[in-house]
Design a binder for this molecule. Structure first.
Ligand code: ZN
Length: 326
């Protein structure tokens, strides 16, 4: 479906309030208060702005959830009624997968970046849990801590996923903060621009004609000492670096991002992503409302991934590469 309005996506990662890393969190299962608050805020805002605001939820059903909560399907069992209401309002659900692995003896959870066998297990078991809960296969995925690689792209494509929502436009390779206990870093996304594209089969960072769409999270020029996850940016100091759009900053930066895309002659695209624990913050509802209203004023509609990519399906690959080459 192609409409005149511009596509925006709000993807909310439905997950526990705190990430579980290192020691001390094992067996410490708590309700997902942030997710509960996010549902309330989304429904309240929808009553104000109507169906131009639909959300793309990505829910965790992975082995770490299974270990800590006793079942991968815990959130679906706990929040089934809320999920049903969101779906009835036109929202979409896909999968959010963390690849954390419990390390013995006594090391607690590590963020697994390099073990593709373990990552494959996390993704395929979460895929199966989603299927068991929702009754259909998930079509979209975002991998925790923005870890994606060509082997994982091949794997999710093989499982039938059509939309990857893991990458962050223009952001360089980064090391993770030590408290994440990671065995690697965030991949280099500096070649990925702000627009959705079909990934080439050989390299997901390059537009092509493969079956998987990449829907990068929007980014803005980074402020000094305010980069992703507190890590160290990998580019030279004199180059402009970018960071994920921060929802806690409200609508700041949206206008200039849109003007840039208008100047490039492309249909502007915005993708805001956040963890559900964002909604535990006092001013979350206010920031969400500012972002959504700012976008609606600029002729955006918030839609799920499948409707967003329809705007870009008709652009030829050479044209897209030319537009992205800037
Ligand atoms: Zn997450």
């Amino acid at each position: 479906m192609i409409t005149d309005s511009r596509p925006a996506i709000l993807s909310i990662h439905a997950e526990p309030d705190r990430p579980f890393f290192g020691e001390g969190n094992i067996g410490n299962a708590d309700r997902w208060h942030g997710f509960e608050a996010s549902v309330r805020h989304v429904q309240t805002l929808r009553e104000k702005v109507g169906d131009a605001f639909r959300v793309h939820w990505l829910i965790r059903l992975d082995p770490q959830v299974a270990e800590i909560y006793g079942a991968a399907e815990w959130a679906f069992d706990q929040y089934g009624k809320a999920i049903e209401e969101l779906l009835a309002a036109g929202d979409h659900f896909g999968l959010h997968v963390h690849t954390n692995r419990l390390e013995y003896p006594g090391r607690g959870w590590i963020l697994n970046v390099d073990d593709h066998n373990w990552q494959s297990h996390c993704i395929s078991s979460a895929h199966d849990a989603f299927n068991a809960c929702f009754g259909y296969e998930p079509k979209s995925i975002a991998i925790g801590a923005n870890i994606i690689s060509q082997p994982l792209v091949d794997m999710v494509t093989g499982l039938g996923f059509q939309y990857d929502m893991t990458t962050i436009a223009r952001t360089p390779e980064m090391s993770f903060n030590p408290h994440l206990h990671a065995d690697g870093g965030q991949p280099d996304f500096s070649a990925i621009d702000q627009l959705p594209y079909r990934a080439s089969i050989e390299d997901f960072r390059t537009p092509g004609d493969g079956p998987l769409w990449i829907l990068p999270t929007s980014s803005v020029p980074a402020q000094p000492a305010d980069n992703q996850l507190g890590g160290k940016a990998g580019t030279a100091e004199d180059e402009q670096t970018y960071e994920r759009f921060r929802m806690r900053k409200g609508s700041a930066g949206i206008g200039s991002a849109v003007r840039k895309m208008e100047a490039d002659g492309v249909t502007p695209f915005l993708h805001f992503a956040c963890r559900s624990n964002f909604f535990n913050q006092m001013d979350a509802a206010q920031n969400l409302e500012a972002i959504v209203k700012s976008c609606l004023e600029r002729d955006f509609r918030f839609v799920p991934a499948d409707e967003a990519v329809a705007h870009y399906e008709t652009v030829s690959v050479p044209d897209r590469i030319a537009a992205l080459a800037d």
